[in-house]
Design a protein around this ligand. Structure first.
Ligand code: GDP
Ligand code: MG
Ligand code: ZN
Length: 319
């Protein structure tokens, strides 16, 4: 005698191409979406709103069909979401990468690939827009010499001053992995970063039995098409906490960010806002601009200002 669950609450632990693995206690069902839910995901004019209406981390109401399958009936309200603008599309489509995470760990690498502050700042802004705290993890520290290390620590002081926690890690330095472990403890974290920075490797270092699964994920999903994303949720068994490993995100298009007010996403610009000559100052080429002056006088770091300009002008190009 088997029971069939009806309208139960579950959680999406994997999502791909219209199929969602929904977990409920020890049961994991491969689910599809009920038709009414699919329809809701388009605007009244029929425009597509989401890359996928359901994301890993979503709490849903589902019903079971048989031993292995079920159907998602409803998506429960989200506490947070880490979204980007869906890549490679003219239209503005939201891609929810992970729902309901507590925090974002933005991984960058000291070398191979070289550190890209633009990408890092985009991740930090997306975390803020999605209402999550962000932690910066500078990985592959074993690959830099002592001088470069000092350079990094002095540059990253800016981020620490802005209130971001910064971790310096290497899969070859066990203590550094311990510090990451304590950050992840009892939280639901989403690990983001460009491809090759070491996201999967640091998770493997934390919990070696993840290895096989993350390796498979990497190989199968990365074949060129960036529409195929497989995000997977893991429980950190001995540590407590959960992580969502994401495939390398190549294009970090902003979502949920009002670029008209972009300066508000840069905490260090806050004291200078409203002090420019022009009310509608974009802080890019205008004269008597308090923000550009603050860059000149070293109150705002030039790398951060460059990120601001890139994001600000990108907006005018795409719109
Ligand atoms: N030297 C060094 N190599 C690392 C470190 N972390 C990751 N790698 C290497 O970087 C490459 C990409 O790692 P991977 O975890 O697949 O990156 P992901 O795409 O961000 O998941 C692999 O060859 C790893 O062995 C590190 O801390 N130090
Ligand atoms: Mg990976
Ligand atoms: Zn200005």
């Amino acid at each position: 005698m088997t029971f069939i669950l009806r309208s139960q609450e579950g959680r999406v632990i994997r999502a791909r191409a219209g199929f969602y693995d929904v977990q409920h206690d020890d049961l994991v069902l491969r689910c599809t979406l009920r038709g009414t839910l699919k329809k809701k995901q388009r605007s009244e004019t029929g425009r597509r709103l989401y890359a996928d209406p359901v994301a890993v981390g979503d709490h849903v109401i589902f019903s079971q069909l048989d031993q292995e399958e079920g159907v998602v009936e409803e998506i429960l309200p989200r506490q947070s979401k880490f979204s980007r603008r869906y890549a490679g599309r003219q239209e503005e489509i939201e891609q929810i990468i992970v729902a309901n995470a507590d925090q974002v760990v933005a991984v960058v690498s000291a070398r191979m690939p070289p550190l890209n502050y633009r990408t890092l700042d985009r991740f930090l802004i997306l975390a803020e827009a999605g209402e999550m705290t962000a932690i910066i993890c500078l990985n592959k520290m074993d690959l830099v010499d002592i001088d470069q290390r000092e350079q990094f620590t002095s540059t990253f002081e800016i981020y620490e001053k802005l209130g971001y926690k910064v971790l310096y890690t290497s899969i070859k330095i066990p203590e550094s992995i311990e510090s990451l472990k304590s950050i992840l403890k009892d939280k639901f974290s989403v690990i983001v970063g460009a491809s090759g920075v070491g996201k999967s490797s640091i998770l493997n270092a934390i919990q070696p039995n993840l290895e096989l699964r993350t390796a498979v994920v990497g190989e199968k999903t990365r074949k060129g098409r960036h529409t195929t994303t497989l995000v997977e949720l893991f429980t950190l068994e001995n540590n407590g906490g959960e992580v969502a490993d994401t495939p390398g995100i190549r294009e970090v298009g902003l979502w949920g960010v009002d670029t008209e007010d972009l300066e508000h996403y840069f905490p260090e610009m806050e004291p200078f806002i409203g002090k420019c000559r022009y009310n509608d100052c974009a802080h890019v080429k205008e004269s008597d601009c308090a923000i550009q002056n603050a860059v000149e006088s070293s109150h705002i770091h030039p790398e951060r200002y460059r990120s601001y300009v890139v994001l600000k002008t990108e907006d005018t190009i795409t719109n």
